[in-house]
Ligand binder design. Structure first.
Ligand SMILES: Cc1ncc(COP(=O)(O)O)c(C=O)c1O
Length: 387
């Protein structure tokens, strides 16, 4: 069968492939410690689950407007005001089935063949994929360990051309846990304004921060109109399987997103949107409880991984990933990741799943229990010492 050029340009997210392989090994009776998938191990807070159940019982089971129900968009607008200090109207909010769709929507609405889009590398693999799907040219912005995985401003500036139409940023970042400083954000904002470029700011980990405060580029004067904020419920409220996220952007761009939504999913499940209102407006203590637990896990896993011969890892400032430099082992990312899965029953992702600048690294997601982390560390140390 012959497939379209569009689908052939699309990339994928290797995490799901490694998860499938790890599950297959488990089915064969092997014990596996899962560090591959970036998903909170916590369950959705009880009040949010109850709101979802109630919404089904009250028959919120029909279509809703493609942009999302007004009350949820109002709740998102309030939340953005509270967390980013900017005024947003419900017309500037589009509800999506997960934050992920915002990436494809932004690339589809902004980019054409011949355009260029800058994205972080190593970075969430869907950025490069979405840019390629749109027909534009992906321009990787290398995030290097020596810069704490933040932007190198000089290098970044060199990548800007008259064809640059979109800059993607992600802070706190997947897979590195790096955070862009307010100076970095100001620098990117200045360039975006001067060159009339849209910025998509992936803020999905904005509530999982261990050092300092979260800052959004959209809060910088003159940036709200040229920013697409991507955020959602998956990580903050442990709601990955509900599929609920949103874009916040200017009204014109929001209209284009609604057109794309109408062409694909029509609307997010209406009862899921009702649960989202409870997540945003209900008690927020579980968010902080989860963050504290991630912090405890971070300290344990980072210290443990730094004791493994040939491994070294920086202390991540946000998100729930350890991006481990494995060059001291003399092996490639893929070799180490495969070896740990097959020999030690420890599932990780090779850094190259996040782009070419991920070579020399493997990613551990520490959204798993302290017991799993302890057992995983023991296995990794044993296996790597045998290399
Ligand atoms: C950086 C980043 N952005 C977006 C997403 C998408 O999240 P969701 O579609 O579940 O909201 C993820 C998920 O892993 C991510 O790591």
């Amino acid at each position: 069968m012959k497939f379209s050029k569009l689908v052939q340009r699309a990339g994928t997210e290797t995490a799901f492939a490694v998860l499938a392989k790890a599950k297959e090994l488990e089915r064969q009776g092997k014990s596996i410690i899962h560090f591959e998938i970036g998903e909170p191990d916590f369950n959705t807070p009880e009040n949010v689950k109850q709101a979802g159940i109630k919404a089904i019982q009250e028959n919120f089971t029909h279509y809703s407007p493609a942009q999302g129900i007004l009350e949820l968009r109002e709740a998102v607008a309030e939340y953005i005001h509270k967390t980013r200090g900017i005024d947003v109207s419900p017309e500037e909010v589009v509800i999506t089935p997960g934050g992920k769709d915002v990436i494809l929507f932004t690339a589809s609405a902004i980019l054409d063949e011949g355009d260029e889009a800058i994205y972080p590398n190593p970075g969430y693999p869907i950025y490069e994929s979405a840019i390629k799907i749109s027909g534009a040219t992906p321009v990787p912005m290398p995030l290097l360990e020596e810069n704490g995985f933040a932007f190198d401003r000089k290098e970044f500036e060199k990548l800007i051309t008259p064809k640059t139409k979109l800059i993607i940023i992600n802070s706190p970042g997947n897979p590195t846990g790096g955070i862009l400083s307010t100076e970095d954000l100001e620098f990117i904002a200045d360039i975006a304004k001067k060159n009339d470029i849209i910025v998509m700011s992936d803020e999905i980990y904005s509530r999982i921060i261990y050092e300092g405060e979260f800052h959004s580029i959209a809060s910088i004067p003159g940036m709200k109109e040229r920013t697409v904020i991507l955020d959602g419920f998956s990580k903050t409220y442990a709601m990955t399987g509900w599929r609920l996220g949103y874009a916040v952007t200017n009204k014109e761009l929001a209209k284009q997103f609604v057109k794309l939504a109408t062409n694909s999913f029509s609307c997010v499940a209406t009862f899921v949107q009702m649960a989202g209102i409870e997540a945003l407006r209900g008690p927020q203590d579980t968010v902080e409880e989860m963050r504290k637990k991630y912090e405890e896990r971070r300290n344990l896993i980072i210290n443990g991984l730094n004791e493994v011969p040939g491994f070294s890892v920086l202390m991540p400032k946000g998100a729930f990933y350890a991006f481990v430099n494995i060059t001291g082992t003399g092996k490639t990312s893929k070799e180490i990741s495969d070896y740990l899965l097959n020999e030690a029953g420890v599932a990780t992702l090779p850094g190259t799943s996040f782009g070419k600048y991920g070579e020399g690294y493997i990613r551990f997601s520490y959204a798993t229990s302290l017991d799993n982390i302890k057992e995983g560390l023991k296995r990794v140390k044993e296996a790597i010492s045998k290399l």
